[in-house]
Design a protein. Structure first.
Length: 485
């Protein structure tokens, strides 16, 4: 097996034994990127010379052999997370040429663990989208079918991992932007509990919803990445000071006796028949492994999309006000400061970002704040209470990740509502602050495209959902499949 095709834990063992060097592993990955990324277009920016210099430093230090969790492992970073000295443009014209001046908390954690910071992956502009078509840099393609989308907004990171262009990658999600592309690209994607991973250094979209998380090739790698990334950060007031367990330790405990909830609201009319078939087969497999399947109800699920697009756009309206041409990024001169604001933001933001700013500003405006934003927050509380009641009965919840497989590029760009509904199964977890993971559970027939199984857990109980995901993964072969590029 080529080095670039290895999982993190497989490569770690080879590095620890001295069978390969960090430079060899990095060069193998760079060669892979050179050969196929012109088709996939997962990366926006890559500095091969710097990556090899980092690898050489790892080899000289010997940290790959002395127990560093990610010593010598190259990791890709979504272009919304700050890495000092690297571009951070959020795939937007308004930040074209901007270079990060500090490391995000998660980036410092990666450095401390000995990782090599590889490159910047493509995304929907300011993380607003479900397909990675809303990027000023260009469209990322799904490695399983280059005419289809990889999901979004973290589509570049998902595509890079699925195509063996990265051993792992960081993404971010506000309403499903890790789990949904993980499902459509056939890799593992983890949304952590709100406050489990610091958001310091993540460019904000919707501050009460955003979370950083990893994409990996299997669940064991996902648990290892979470062990590195999780922890309290004094620079983030929403970071929760809770102990970080060894997430890899409980993976092999099995799931016999666990109660898994099956919400009837997540099997809806219009869902792709092959998706439902694959997910129900996965549920049967979990039952065979010893889990008890319990039917539950999450009655306010139908309101989640409307609630999300009120709260998320309102917070985006406030957060993106800072991009005005005054302090950093693009500036289009105007007759006065107000004219400069308008011209800069008009030229710098893409259509989807403008749409969401306008929606959010409207929802926050005088006369509409109580009718829309406040009411949405009240329904958000009801959605969270639905999960609290469910978790009083079950240990985790199992659902489809996405109602459909990857669709063709351009198929939904003319209908924003259809695009928004792509996240119908993932949004509620962000509104509730709970954790969730997507793992491969099958393929559609024609064309052959990945299908994802979603596991949702109580806040700060990532150990449980990773344990269930690992048990399912080890009992099936889906995670071993790779696209033919």
């Amino acid at each position: 097996m080529s080095l670039h095709a290895l999982t993190i834990h497989q490569l770690r063992e080879k590095l620890r034994r001295g069978e390969v060097s960090a430079r060899e592993a990095t060069q193998s990955l760079l060669d892979r990127i050179q050969s196929i990324d012109s088709k996939v277009k997962a990366y926006m920016w890559l500095n091969a010379e710097d990556a090899l210099a980092q690898a050489d430093a790892v080899d000289r230090s010997g940290i790959a052999k002395n127990g560093k969790l990610l010593g010598g492992i190259p990791i890709a970073i979504k272009d919304v997370i700050n890495v000092e000295g690297q571009p951070c443009t959020c795939a937007s014209k308004i930040l074209k040429g901007h270079t990060a001046v500090y490391d995000a908390f998660v980036v410092q954690r990666l450095r401390d663990a000995g990782a090599i910071l590889l490159g910047r992956t493509n995304m929907d502009e300011f993380a607003m989208g479900s397909s990675t078509e809303n990027s000023s840099w260009g469209i990322t393609h799904n490695p399983w079918d280059l005419e289809r989308i990889p999901g979004g907004s973290s589509g570049g990171s998902a595509a890079a991992v699925a195509a063996d262009e990265a051993f792992a990658a960081l993404g971010s999600e506000t309403g499903g932007s890790i789990r949904q592309p993980a499902s459509l690209c056939g890799c593992v994607g983890l949304k952590t509990s709100y406050g489990r991973i610091s958001r310091y250094g993540l460019v904000a979209f919707a501050s009460s919803l955003d979370q950083i998380g990893p994409f990996t090739k299997d669940v064991a790698d996902c648990a290892l990445m979470l062990r590195v990334l999780a922890g309290h950060d004094a620079n983030d007031s929403t970071s929760v000071p809770r102990p970080v367990p060894d997430y890899t330790a409980s993976l092999k405990n099995g799931i016999k006796g666990l109660r898994l909830g099956l919400p009837k609201e997540y099997f809806i009319d219009g869902m792709d028949r092959e998706v439902e078939t694959a997910v129900r087969a996965a549920i049967k497999k979990l039952e065979e492994l010893g889990a008890e399947i319990v039917e539950i109800s999450l009655p306010h699920t139908d309101y989640a999309v409307a609630v999300y697009y009120l709260i998320a756009t309102a917070e985006a309206s406030a957060n993106l006000a800072r991009f005005d041409g005054v302090r950093y990024g693009a500036r289009i001169p105007g007759e006065d400061v107000i004219d400069m604001y308008g011209k800069t933001r008009g030229a710098g933001f893409g259509p989807e970002v403008k749409r969401r700013i306008i929606l959010g500003t409207y929802a926050l405006s005088a006369g509409y704040y109580d009718a829309y934003y406040v009411r949405a927050q009240k329904v958000r509380t009801l959605i969270r209470q639905d999960f609290e009641k469910a978790f009083a009965k079950v240990d985790a919840i199992v659902t489809p990740t996405s109602p459909e497989v990857a669709f063709r590029i351009g198929e939904k760009t003319g209908d924003p509502l259809k695009m928004y509904l792509c996240d119908i199964f993932t949004i509620s977890a962000n509104l509730s602050g709970i954790c969730g993971v997507s793992v491969p559970c099958g393929f559609s027939s024609t064309p052959r495209l990945p299908i994802g199984l979603q596991l949702l857990g109580k806040a700060f109980e990532e150990e449980t959902i990773l344990r269930v995901a690992h048990a399912y993964e080890q009992a099936t072969e889906w995670h071993k499949a790779r696209p033919n590029l």
